[in-house]
Design a protein around this ligand. Structure first.
Ligand SMILES: C[S@@+](CC[C@H](N)C(=O)[O-])C[C@H]1O[C@@H](n2cnc3c(N)ncnc32)[C@H](O)[C@@H]1O
Ligand code: SF4
Length: 376
């Protein structure tokens, strides 16, 4: 099983924290869609397994008209074998949508919507330089609830204007809409963003790590009590509403990323990523040349990557899988390396699967890097 990801690299306005690849020059959108089709043509042989998900991400794919979305879906479905219950998701920004737009997306074949709510607090949204306000976020959710049974929202915690009280309010608002899925993001200061500049100039003061950890732990407890599974470090779903697209990444399945800056993985060892420049991407595709770089992970890179992703998930790190995929040397190494974490009760074995204890969840990435194999 596999997935296709489209990176639509345009946004109306730059959020102050974001360094994803996007342009606020909106003029090459039609050319971009044509290039997406051509890239699919050029790479048609790469995906031989059945497609389980199509994902329109960005940037802001909710700038697209529903007819264009429908057309891209039909291009994919014609080209590749796809599962009868294929998940087709689009990310939407609250400022881009109306009830009629969402309804038209549904008619175009979209069966899952991921809404960039970010926060229900206007103070947070202003600090982030989002175009939308809290009221638009709520309206988008109202419409989505009426139209889609499968949807997700993004919320950011750890923002300087977001104390525990307002974070609790954010989550309670989300729960009041009975959202089937939540993707949470800790505010990260990315280089070359306005946020980074403001932090350096002391215009913005970040929250203490301890406060951020308290927000995270509170979220995990609250969501679990409300019946959600914390199936990946930052992701929560009601039963039956895991994101197929996201779960594919974490389970190491193949995905094909179309568009500038999009990444791809063959499900084994080969990764590639397209150039992060709209004009260069368009020119290259028009000439029939894939503007991509490639790498082949060696065994210990693949082992480290498996640890990093699997430890963040509810499925954990399987010793049997390590034995089969990487060999006995790697499973023996892991068993030795986890000892101190088992004593500290940060990790535990569930059968032959290694998992992170609830109390140590916030430390997952640090624990994973401590388990990394640095040399062959
Ligand atoms: C790249 S955006 C694309 C979706 C859509 N344009 C939007 O903004 O909702 C995907 C998610 O990444 C998150 N994100 C991007 N940069 C981030 C940062 N520096 N810190 C925390 N979250 C970030 C936002 O929460 C956003 O919802
Ligand atoms: S967070 Fe979304 S809307 Fe904001 S700049 Fe990034 S991609 Fe664009």
């Amino acid at each position: 099983m596999a997935g296709i990801y489209f990176h639509f690299p345009f946004c109306r306005q730059a959020c102050h924290y974001c360094n994803f690849h996007f342009s606020t020059q909106l003029k090459y959108q039609d050319e971009m869609l044509k290039a997406f089709e051509k890239e699919i043509e050029l790479r048609a042989d790469e995906l031989t397994v059945e497609l389980e998900s199509i994902y329109f991400g960005g940037g802001s794919p909710s700038l697209l008209c529903p007819k264009s979305v429908e057309h891209m879906i039909s291009v994919v479905i014609k080209k590749f074998k796809s599962h009868e219950n294929i998940e087709i998701t689009i990310e939407v920004n609250p400022d881009d949508v109306s009830y009629d737009y969402l309804k038209a997306l549904k008619s175009s074949g979209i069966n899952r919507v991921s809404i960039g709510i970010q926060s229900f607090s206007d103070a947070d949204l202003r600090l982030m330089n989002r175009i939308h306000n809290a009221d638009q976020g709520m309206k988008t959710l109202d419409w989505t609830v009426q139209l889609f049974n499968n949807f997700s929202i993004d919320l950011i915690y750890g923002t300087p204007s977001n104390d525990l009280f307002s974070w609790k309010n954010n989550l309670n608002q989300a729960l009041s809409f009975d959202v089937p899925h939540l993707s949470s993001y800790v505010l990260t200061v990315e280089p070359k963003t306005v946020l980074a500049h403001k932090v350096t100039n002391k215009e913005v003061r970040l929250l203490d790590d301890e406060l951020v950890r308290i927000q995270y732990d509170w979220m995990v407890d609250t969501m679990e009590e409300a019946g959600y599974e914390n199936y990946e470090f930052s992701n929560f779903s009601k039963p039956g509403f895991n994101s197929v697209n996201n779960a594919n990444y974490w389970k190491g399945k193949a995905y094909m990323g179309i568009g500038p800056a999009a990444h791809s993985f063959d499900g084994k060892r080969k990764r590639s990523w397209n150039i992060s420049n709209n004009i260069k991407y368009l020119k290259s595709i028009q000439q029939g040349i894939l503007p991509a770089q490639f790498e082949n992970l060696n065994t210990h890179e693949a082992f480290n990557e498996y640890l990093m992703t699997a430890l963040r998930t509810t499925w954990g790190v399987s010793l049997q899988k390590i034995n089969q995929t990487f060999g006995g040397h790697y499973s023996n190494y892991l068993e030795k390396q986890v000892e101190s974490h088992l004593i500290d009760q940060r990790l535990y074995w569930d059968g032959d699967t290694l998992k992170v204890s609830k109390s140590a969840k916030f430390l997952t990435d640090g624990i994973a890097s401590d388990l990394f194999l640095l040399k062959n």
